[in-house]
Structures are given as structure tokens and as C-alpha cells.
Design a protein around this ligand. Structure first.
Ligand code: SIN
Length: 328
């Protein structure tokens, strides 16, 4: 698009340029290529290449190939990579207030999550990232998390007692299981399969697509379809790198991200539906869909998390959640 426009400042014969002369954006993430994030990052790279006629190259490194969880945030801050897309849960190591998204049953639909992230609270939370030198560019979708374990179907809050869960690095997630008498341990995404396979841990929570993509269903016997928490991603760029990009490159990036974000919104749902179908078809994991009555019991059991979040970070974040917003 812009490459054919005479107004831009790209060198025209980009084919002759070395890597040093082009703009190279290294984009690291931890999941497989056929997941919503894997597909979205590849599409983003293609659009940027096409629209800058190859002058800007986004190099995508999936599957924790370059950096694992945690490491990728440091790598972004150090400028070793320019883009990452961690789950909102993982960015809480930098800005703990992002844990608001982890509160169980805080959101019923992906639209609610999006409105929250794109609304005034999200704006405040994004500004906190900017203050740390991290530029938030977009919010990408995966889906709602489900519970798996290899002991029994999880129906009642008491069923969690003494299970050992792998979690992402978020205090709310730790407390979610602690509250129910379960153990919770932070493990990087690449370690989920190994620690479940060698039975160091016996439970975890994730989306259908991540469960299938990481073969988690082959080492877990039970899955409860609970949709209790949303797994979404913040697409982040190193702040200084962003500031130094020419305006026209920033515009191409933002345009491409707008397009990919809309695309992945629908795609993520399809990928997760397909993965759920695969889990039903494989007959390798016993599936229980949480009933409304059971869901109510879980919601009641998790209420103390809201109080503890409010005490730590203030009521503002909680009051803007869709489930409480009507009252204010
Ligand atoms: C991801 O989807 O990026 C990984 C989620 C996880 O660590 O469970």
C-alpha cells in the first residue's frame, strides 16, 4: 500500500537492502503456530511486509523458541526483542493491577473483556505499562479457560482440595486455588506438559486450543467446562523502539494490528470450538459441563478474591467490571 505511494520515506528498492538497512521487528511468543496467537502474529507479519513492500520485516519466533514466559518480558525491556504478546495474567509481574482480568467469573463474554480493556480502566492500565517503557498496541483474543485434572470431575468447590495446579504468574490465580484448598505453582507454558506428564502437578486451567495444542488432554483424565476466566493477550512493543519508528511505519503497524485484531476475534472462537470438538471426539478425557447451580457455588466460593483485590488495588477496578457496573 504505502510502498507504492510517493509520500513515504522508505527506500524504494528494498530488495537491495541488508537487514541493517531494513526495519526488523523480532516478535517472540510462547505458543504454537496453529493457536489464535500463533496465527495472528503470522498474519500481522505478512500484512506489514506486504504494506511496506518488505521494508519492515516482522520476524516471528513462536513456541518459546527465543524466550520463555517472564524471560520474554525482560527481553522486551532490554530491547533484545521488539514485540511480545503475553497473556494479561503474565504482565501482572510488571503491573499487578492487570490481575483484574484474572478474577474468576468477572466476564461472561469476550466482548465484555474487550470493552473493559478498551475502556477507561484499560486506558489507565495501559498508561501504567507505558510508564514502564512498554507500549501496548492491541488486545488479542484466545478464549475462556477450563479446568483439567487427573483425579476426579470438578463440580463442587470442595473437589479442588489438595489438587496441585500449574498456574500462570498471577497472585489472583494463586489465590483462586489456595482459597479452595488446592496447591498452585507457577510454571512457564513450555513446562505445562512435562510437569503434568511426570505427575509433579496433576491439574491446570487453560483454553481448549491451548489444551489441544500442548497435548494436555493426553495427560489429564477430567475436564470441567467452566469458562471461569478469560485468556487474552496484550500485544506489546518496546516503548523506545516504538517512539523511534517513522510515523508512516507506526501507521502501517497500527492499521495492520486493527485488521488482525478483528480477524483473530472470530478466528479464536473457531479454533477453540474445533479444539473442544476434538476433545469430545478423542474420548480420552472425561468432560463435565458446569451446571448453573454448580457455577453459582463456584462464584460464591471465589467472592473473597474480589474483596482482597479491592483492598490491595482499590475499588475503581472492581466497580467497572460489567457485573457490578449497573450498580454505580
Ligand atoms: C499463552 O496462551 O500464551 C500461554 C498461556 C499459558 O501460559 O497457560
Amino acid at each position: 500500500m504505502l510502498a507504492s505511494c510517493q509520500q513515504h520515506s522508505y527506500p524504494v528498492d528494498h530488495e537491495q537492502l541488508s537487514e541493517e538497512e531494513r526495519i526488523v521487528i523480532r516478535f517472540s511468543h510462547v505458543v504454537g503456530e496453529d493457536t489464535p496467537k500463533g496465527l495472528a502474529s503470522r498474519k500481522f507479519a505478512e500484512l506489514v511486509k506486504e504494506r511496506t513492500d518488505g521494508y519492515v520485516e516482522v520476524q516471528v519466533f513462536p513456541n518459546s523458541f527465543l524466550y520463555k514466559d517472564g524471560e520474554e518480558i525482560s527481553a522486551l525491556l532490554d530491547g533484545d526483542v521488539q514485540m511480545i504478546a503475553p497473556s494479561t495474567s503474565k504482565i501482572t509481574t510488571v503491573i499487578p493491577e492487570w490481575q483484574i482480568i484474572d478474577l474468576p467469573f468477572a466476564f461472561e463474554t469476550k466482548e465484555e473483556v474487550r470493552e473493559y480493556v478498551e475502556g477507561p480502566v484499560g486506558e489507565v492500565l495501559k498508561n501504567k505499562l507505558k510508564a514502564e517503557g512498554i507500549y501496548p498496541l492491541a488486545f488479542w483474543y484466545n478464549g475462556f479457560k477450563q479446568m483439567t485434572n487427573n483425579r476426579e470431575p470438578l463440580k463442587h468447590p470442595d473437589d479442588f482440595q489438595d489438587l496441585r495446579f500449574r498456574i500462570m504468574s498471577s497472585e489472583v490465580l494463586y489465590e483462586q486455588f489456595d482459597l479452595l484448598g488446592a496447591e498452585a505453582r507457577v510454571e512457564t507454558f513450555d513446562q505445562v506438559f512435562p510437569v503434568l506428564n511426570n505427575e509433579e502437578l496433576n491439574a491446570q486451567e487453560n483454553t481448549f486450543s491451548n489444551i489441544v495444542n500442548k497435548n494436555i488432554h493426553t495427560v489429564q483424565d477430567y475436564m470441567t467446562v467452566s469458562n471461569h476466566g478469560y485468556l487474552g493477550y496484550l500485544v506489546l512493543m518496546n516503548g523506545e523502539f516504538w517512539q523511534n519508528l517513522p510515523d508512516e511505519v507506526q501507521i502501517v503497524i497500527l492499521d495492520a494490528l486493527d485488521e488482525v485484531t478483528e480477524w483473530v476475534k472470530e478466528l479464536a472462537e473457531e479454533v477453540n470450538e474445533d479444539a473442544y470438538q476434538e476433545l469430545m471426539d478423542c474420548r480420552c478425557i472425561e468432560i463435565h459441563e458446569l451446571t448453573d447451580e454448580e457455577k453459582q457455588l463456584w462464584e460464591d466460593a471465589f467472592l473473597p478474591l474480589y474483596t482482597s483485590f479491592e483492598q490491595r488495588y482499590g475499588e475503581l477496578y472492581i466497580n467497572h467490571l460489567p457485573k457490578f457496573k449497573m450498580d454505580h
